[in-house]
Design a protein around this ligand. Structure first.
Ligand SMILES: C[S@@+](CC[C@H](N)C(=O)[O-])C[C@H]1O[C@@H](n2cnc3c(N)ncnc32)[C@H](O)[C@@H]1O
Length: 262
């Protein structure tokens, strides 16, 4: 596959590209990253877990995970006694989540759904979250944030992790010596991988301003932003995430926002 950047607006049907790619390569992704676990809530490739960071509200109420993949995070929340529902745009990933639930004896609702079209009534959930799901695969964050706001109850929390927006300007390398800017920050270009002229994978870099303005224009109040450092004792690399680069620059952005209570 040939990796390159294309103007974001020229990528056709991003939902269909994401669903097909994750249907096809989801199992390979899980096999390549065994640290994701099966009953585990990991916020980022650095290895930070919900147990470490405790970002969800103390009483999270009814929880929705979007872009859940194989639903490892939801399974961990269920193991802690929470009421959780998981969604993902890829029927293949949801099938894997069903399979892992059967294998491990967990049971919670799983739905095939894109983040911009969630099959729930307004004000259904107290907490919505994703760990690296969905947001990188939509060209514009606005419709996703508006849909999440819709399904959240007033006063509810929306917490998510994404690739740190600064990462996109550097080469995809885990070494500090490669931290030379190669792309302009904020250029509206998608990272695409194509084969025989067909786009098979597309990710859309969003800036910090895209996140903050998208949240406030959708009605959210930002409560906290985290740029977690590299954890002592983790020597594993994952793409551009690794101890050498991680000592110099955060690889992950985590945002905690709220739908105002009234
Ligand atoms: C990097 S995985 C994250 C899943 C899980 N948290 C993990 O770390 O394995 C990204 C997930 O987002 C899903 N996804 C991509 N585009 C989406 C969209 N528009 N709506 C909902 N899910 C989407 C993919 O199908 C994939 O399962």
């Amino acid at each position: 596959m040939q990796p390159m950047y294309e103007p974001s607006h020229s990528v056709p049907n991003p939902d269909s590209i994401a669903a097909t790619w994750w249907d096809t390569y989801g199992d390979d992704y899980l096999a390549e990253h065994p640290s994701l676990g099966v009953v585990k809530f990991q916020w980022s490739p650095e290895g930070w877990t919900e147990e470490d960071l405790q970002l969800l509200p103390r009483r999270p109420g009814r929880i929705l995970e979007i872009g859940a993949g194989a639903a490892q995070c939801s399974r961990w929340l269920k193991s802690q006694g929470h009421d959780v529902t998981a969604t993902d745009i890829s029927p293949g990933m949801i099938a894997t989540a069903h399979h892992l639930n059967e294998k491990t004896g967990y049971d919670f609702p799983l739905h095939v759904a894109g983040v911009e079209n969630l099959p729930f009534e307004a004000a259904t959930f107290d907490t919505v979250f994703t760990s690296f799901g969905a947001l990188s695969f939509v060209p514009d964050l606005g419709p996703a944030f508006e849909e999440i706001y819709r399904v959240l109850k007033p006063g509810g929390s929306w917490i998510y992790s994404v690739t740190h927006p600064f990462s996109w300007v550097f080469p995809d390398s885990p070494y500090r010596d490669d931290l030379t800017v190669v792309r302009p920050y904020g250029k509206k270009e998608a990272y695409v991988e194509s084969s025989s002229g067909k786009t098979e994978y597309a990710e859309f870099p969003h800036t910090v301003a895209d996140h903050m303005n998208g949240l406030s224009q959708s009605g959210f109040l930002v409560a906290e932003i985290l740029e977690p450092g590299w954890p002592a004792g983790n020597s594993e690399t994952w793409g551009a995430w690794g101890p050498d680069r991680g000592a110099m620059l955060p690889g992950t952005l985590i945002v905690s926002a709220q739908r105002p209570a009234s």
